[in-house]
Design a protein around this ligand. Structure first.
Ligand code: APR
Length: 313
């Protein structure tokens, strides 16, 4: 059977890292697209030349146009610019709406059956934009945030308890931002909720660090933002789709009544299959958890309205 093709638009730090892990795992052939001349071709060739050393047969290609996107099973979008000093949230939204809107228009013309995995920030709004621009069904438009946010939470739990990350699971709901909702009751070490293992104030500190996880890395790096964990988080989702692993992962999904939310994207646990987001799984939430999720989703709804305004000109 031919390997499926995954296209990644945006061959920067996150896109190239995702390409690296995808090729290395042999999950798919990878096609990189970027506007910078030579960049996707150069990174693709470099990854191809690493293949004999690691023993993978995946083909890795790159281009500055969209022809090679045709036939992709999954298209990952990381294209965009980061927030620069002096830029407001709305400034960034405007610029990335222009970039990502253009990318999705090109992609959706050529890969009509693809699953779109959005990564560019602001994530939830870019996922909404992708659904509007592509006209794809909600099952095939999703965003990567929850896998990353829960990986960060898992890391901090494992470090705090000095236990193997292998035994730690965590669930994070909501938008990808300050209002995300890490759920300690549903975060466990070998099945034991962390609420049984840690005092409340330590849990609160880990939740805060998770919420601020992206900023912590930006502050350290000074230039650019995280890419190792984001790159691998993309691969977890892509692999879940392509290998029909039926993973239950927190993803940015379009809600139509789930969690009492309608017509908004938010991070929720979902079962991933070859067709895309097969099912959003509804967890029982306490009143305060539900209130936090609703608040987070309402912030996304405001962002979606901003995207609508930008598109309307
Ligand atoms: N078409 C294709 N590629 C584009 C376009 C475009 N119109 N505009 C920008 N790009 C490319 C840039 O040339 C760059 O190579 O997108 C790439 C972005 O890569 P980086 O600047 O390295 O950013 P990265 O760290 O990879 O983050 C990408 O992911 O996690 C999010 O917040 C992050 O929104 C950001 C995105």
């Amino acid at each position: 059977m031919a390997r499926p093709k995954v296209s990644i638009v945006g061959a920067g730090a996150v896109g190239a890292t995702a390409a690296h892990w995808l090729a290395e795992r042999g999950v798919a052939d990878v096609h990189l697209v970027d506007i910078i001349e030579g960049l996707p071709q150069g990174k693709a060739l470099d990854l191809q030349e690493a293949a004999p050393l690691r023993g993978y047969d995946a083909r890795v290609t790159g281009a500055n146009n969209y022809d090679g996107v045709a036939g992709s099973a999954v298209v990952v979008v990381t294209a965009g610019i980061p927030r620069k000093p002096g830029m407001t949230r709305l400034d960034l939204l405007k610029v990335n709406t222009g970039i990502v809107g253009g990318v999705v228009a090109e992609v959706s013309k050529r890969a009509r059956d693809a699953i779109l995995v959005m990564v560019t920030n602001p994530l939830d709004m870019m996922t909404y934009l992708a659904m509007r621009k592509s006209g794809f069904p909600k099952t095939r438009v999703t965003g990567m945030a929850g896998v990353l946010d829960s990986a960060r939470f898992r890391t901090f739990i494992a470090l705090e308890l000095n236990v193997s990350v292998k035994d730690v699971d965590a669930m994070v709901l909501g938008g990808h931002g300050d209002s995300m909702v890490p759920l300690p009751r549903y975060s466990t070490v070998s099945g034991v909720p962390i609420t049984e293992l840690l005092p409340q104030e330590r849990i609160e500190a880990l939740v805060k660090r998770t919420r601020e996880g992206g900023a912590e890395i930006v502050n350290l790096l000074k230039q650019g933002s995280a890419f190792y964990a984001p790159g691998l988080s993309i691969v977890e989702m892509v692999q879940g789709f392509l290998l029909e692993e039926r993973r239950l992962l927190p993803c940015c999904c379009w809600l139509e009544g789930e969690y009492g939310l309608n017509g908004v994207f938010a991070g929720v646990p979902a079962i991933l299959s070859r067709g895309g987001v097969e099912k959003v799984v509804e967890l029982k939430l306490t009143d305060s958890e539900r209130a936090m999720l609703t608040k987070s989703a309402e912030e996304v709804r405001t962002g979606q309205a901003d995207v609508d305004k930008i598109l309307a000109g």
